[in-house]
Design a protein around this ligand. Sequence first.
Ligand SMILES: Cc1cc2nc3c(=O)[nH]c(=O)nc-3n(C[C@H](O)[C@H](O)[C@H](O)COP(=O)(O)OP(=O)(O)OC[C@H]3O[C@@H](n4cnc5c(N)ncnc54)[C@H](O)[C@@H]3O)c2cc1C
Length: 464
Amino acid sequence: MRDNTALHAACLQSDDGVVALLTVTPEQWREKFGWGDAKADFVLRNMRSLAESLESLNIPVRVIEQPTFDGLDEAIVELMRDAKCDALFFNREYEHYEQQRDESVSATVSEAGYSIQAKTDQTIYAPASVRTKQDKVYTVFTPFKKRFWERWKEGDRPECHPSPKRQPKLDLESDRLPTSIDGFDDPDLDGTWPAGEDHALSRLDSFITDRLADYDEQRDIPSVNGTSTLSPYLACGVVSARQCMHAALDANQNKINSGKTGAVTWMEEIIWREFYKSILVGFPRVSRGRAFKAETEAIRWKDDDDAFEAWCEGRTGYPIVDAAMRQLNSIGWMHNRLRMVSAMFLTKDLFLDWRRGEAYFARKLVDFDLGSNNGGWQWSASTGTDAQPYFRVFNPTSQSERFDPEGDFIREWVPELQGLSKKQIHAPFEKLDADRFSELDYPEPIVDHSEAREHAIQAFKDLK
Ligand SMILES: Cc1cc2nc3c(=O)[nH]c(=O)nc-3n(C[C@H](O)[C@H](O)[C@H](O)COP(=O)(O)OP(=O)(O)OC[C@H]3O[C@@H](n4cnc5c(N)ncnc54)[C@H](O)[C@@H]3O)c2cc1C
């Protein structure tokens, strides 16, 4: 709320008061967005916290609750009439359905005679506005990042907005938000992912103070709390990319390429997020289930439901993959290194369609964000923009030895393997004799990595 572009503009431009509008569209979230319990619950809890903050500023909160976006434009006009509003301010969203909604709401609201202001808020620069010299959307990250920083150095530095001021009191009651949402269960994640801006800002603050400097060294070790874990708050708009970028720059004496290497690397991650949103806008087919590299649409992925289920449930016989999937299923979040490992395993070792993995992540992640999720999946599947080349297939066992050398992360999430040594834990089926392995109640590997790797590489070669 403190750094919200549309809210800031509305408060600044209105003399008579501001009304906030929140929309709750459960069927849309479930059927069209593919959200699961963790995301829906997190959004709702944050809406509740936001509503409280708004009311404390004399901003009444109106709620439109309906199954989908259908008819939302009319409902908004009706609400504006009822609340005697004369202008609509909103922050743009960039996914397929959200863009359609924003267009239809803008058309209907302006036909009804109201003014509209659509703002850039989700990203530092409007997606697809960081462009090549030929005025094209970048498809490779490094030059995108270079241009991003050039723009910054040229003085185009979006600042955080000041907190909105208390508004004149309106004679209007707030609506109540629902306490639960149709079709979603309570995932019981309040303790793991507390809601609210105060919490998000203190998470940002403690990361910057305690962990930013070492981010470079710690960020790939899943057993260590080395990353910010801000992704749910960024994805949901509780904290802004501007706030993150400015906090890191302040901690790094405004240095972009020098100073603390941890700060430089972390800012780069914020720019990855910008990059994937830019891809979403420049190449909208990726948000409609299409591969960025059109030729990879010809790949005949396997159709093995048992293997898919084993992957989803963390029963592949590859401990690092299983630990990662169980982390996801349990807390709605997975460490970035392991998102790459588990996505690569699904697409290259099991040779299953990346879209199945993408949808599963969407349903489980509390931080689900279509641009970053799609970008991450297509990177791993080698179907995306600036993706991992198809011949560089991660070996899950080597990844495990490298990034979880003591096996601590595996022990945390795969209790069956708790008693194993660091030599045994990465590949128990290989390292233990048959009797000892059978005592573990842990599956044999469901696929042979070397054979699977050959198969995947050949399938990509055959495309040429
Ligand atoms: C297959 C796959 C799926 C992914 N799905 C999502 C998703 O749905 N939502 C999501 O926010 N991120 C996704 N990511 C990116 C990344 O894994 C998470 O953003 C990160 O793990 C979040 O943890 P953090 O907040 O501690 O990140 P930090 O390391 O602290 O990074 C700070 C912020 O930068 C952004 N960021 C970091 N890495 C990336 C990246 N590779 N791409 C884009 N933005 C990044 C995130 O907003 C993150 O919160 C995915 C990556 C892969 C490989």
